[in-house]
Write a new protein. Structure first.
Length: 387
């Protein structure tokens, strides 16, 4: 009987794991991690899944709708009407986002958000800090002490959007494809589309990877130029507009797409076009968001948005979720102008972000995600609502 039981357990495990094996080729070759697939979770207690969870979600839903209406009114509509009076507009957006987004995070189960700095102890220039168990020198040429204009963050969920709106009331920038007119088969992701809180939430849940899918189809098509239309503006132009219009800081997700939080994806080329004059005065903040693995029955990350409604519903049914935020100290961020190149600067900051979050830096990015999306659409679709 014991032998039969062990065989049946192995068969059940094999059936659970096998469907994801086909996506192994999109995993990071160095670590073996696949940062694009939904995090595997255990089934929760039937009582919680079919009774306590739905009741909790139904009780929260009216409050969520009221808070969303509040944010729509005081963050989007009224500030647009009083746009000319920028101090009043900015003040209203800042405090309305502070209150509304924090309430939404509470309703989603994020009671306690742990925020820490990296490294934990501030160190002087030319001294040494212990990072990841190894002795690493602090930058001798940090960035200039300017007001924060650009906030760089990893990207794994719409919860990231809510937290950043709560902290900064920023403009959100998303890397987009801008086809090269001279080279028909070249599709660099070096422009951004931007918007406020609701634009960012809509993009994260419903429109996240539409351009990546079109880009992948264009690469496979003979009539490449007709598949992807130029979109967005250079990041340089957005930063200038935000400064002149007093829009607040710009939050950039350089990875270009969401992950499951198991790796820091390769960054797109969106930062490579900044000129030296802007880099000399640009104030940069680097923030990382991670979700603890304590909840084995649900993950707040949304790497694939094919069933975001079910994911939001399951999120509402949770009593408690955990969000940890790591902010890299300004002295740890090297100066852009003194770096060998902006590509090199991006590599250094990406590694620091991975070290702060204790997450590996992986060698996969938007190209692999686009290929996985094509295969995912042809094979299966995982519904978070069934978990």
């Amino acid at each position: 009987q014991t032998a039969k039981f062990s065989v049946s357990v192995r068969l059940r495990r094999r059936r659970r794991v096998a469907p994801m094996e086909k996506y192994r080729k999109f995993a990071d070759p160095g670590t073996g991690r696949n940062p694009f697939l939904p995090v595997g979770t255990q089934k929760s207690n039937p009582l919680k899944r079919f009774l306590i969870g739905p009741i909790t979600a139904l009780l929260k839903l009216p409050f969520v709708l009221v808070v969303m209406l509040w944010l729509l009114l005081f963050v989007a509509i009224i500030p647009t009407v009083i746009g000319i009076i920028w101090p009043l507009r900015r003040l209203l957006q800042r405090y309305a986002s502070l209150l509304g987004c924090r309430l939404l995070l509470l309703l989603l189960g994020f009671w306690n958000i742990k925020k820490t700095y990296f490294p934990f102890f501030e160190v002087a220039a030319n001294s040494f800090a212990f990072v990841g168990g190894k002795q690493a020198p602090a930058p001798t040429k940090p960035q200039p002490s300017s007001p924060v204009q650009l906030i760089i963050c990893n990207y794994s969920s719409y919860v990231d959007i809510l937290y950043l709106a709560f902290r900064f009331a920023p403009v959100f920038a998303f890397p987009v494809v801008c086809p090269d007119e001279e080279q028909e088969d070249n599709f660099p992701i070096d422009h951004v589309e931007y918007g406020g809180l609701f634009t960012a939430l809509a993009r994260t849940t419903t429109k996240l990877d539409n351009q990546l899918k079109a880009r992948e189809q264009a690469k496979r098509s003979e009539r490449k130029s007709s598949k992807v239309k130029a979109a967005g503006i250079p990041l340089q132009e957005l930063l200038e507009r935000a400064t002149k219009g007093h829009w607040g800081p710009v939050v950039l997700f350089p990875e270009g797409t969401t992950s499951n939080g198991k790796g820091i994806l390769e960054w797109t080329e969106v930062l490579h076009g900044l000129d030296e004059k802007l880099c000399a005065t640009l104030g940069v903040k680097v923030v990382g968001c991670s979700y603890a693995d304590g909840n084995k029955t649900f993950s707040p990350t949304l790497p694939l948005n094919d069933s975001w409604q079910g994911h939001v519903w399951t999120m509402l049914s949770q009593v408690y979720n955990t969000l940890e935020v790591k902010e890299i100290r300004a002295a740890e961020i090297p100066s852009m102008t003194r770096a060998v190149s902006l590509e090199g600067w991006c590599d250094v900051v990406r590694v620091k972000l991975g070290t702060a979050l204790k997450t590996p830096v992986v060698a996969v990015g938007v190209d692999e995600k686009a290929q996985l999306l094509t295969m995912w659409a042809e094979t299966q679709s995982v519904s978070y609502g069934k978990k």
